[in-house]
Design a protein around this ligand. Structure first.
Ligand SMILES: [Zn+2]
Length: 119
């Protein structure tokens, strides 16, 4: 099992530079290790009090990740390959960060990720 560690503050700042994940959702160069293995997944939790966008960004090269919550950009629509899961299935999957990120990485390898975005 992968032991995930967090991106540093500088690395997180570097992640926000350059083109948006929404316009170029493919793999990109990781600020931690320099490999083009940085991947991202976005989801909009239905139970949020206000429109919220949750993002998971991870690197298979150096096993770093960051999860963030932000305001959902108005008009942004995207596919969610996990949308078919029931609430219980989803909660079970998200219970373990290691398992969740491994699942996302597998979805990416199988072509279900990256998502497609329409603004
Ligand atoms: Zn990396």
């Amino acid at each position: 099992m992968t032991a995930w560690s967090s991106f540093s503050g500088d690395e997180v700042a570097a992640l926000t530079q350059g083109s948006s994940f929404f316009t170029e959702p493919g793999e990109r160069v990781c600020p931690g290790c320099g490999e083009r293995r940085l991947r991202a997944y976005f989801t909009a939790p239905e139970n949020a009090r206000r429109p919220t966008l949750v993002s998971y960004v991870w690197c298979g090269g150096c096993d770093k990740f960051v999860g963030t919550r932000a305001r959902h950009p108005e008009g942004l629509i995207f596919s969610d390959p996990l949308a078919t899961l029931t609430t219980a299935e989803r909660r079970e999957l998200e219970r373990s960060l290691t398992g969740f990120l491994a699942h996302l990485d597998k979805l990416w390898d199988s072509g279900a990720l990256p998502q497609t975005f329409t603004a």
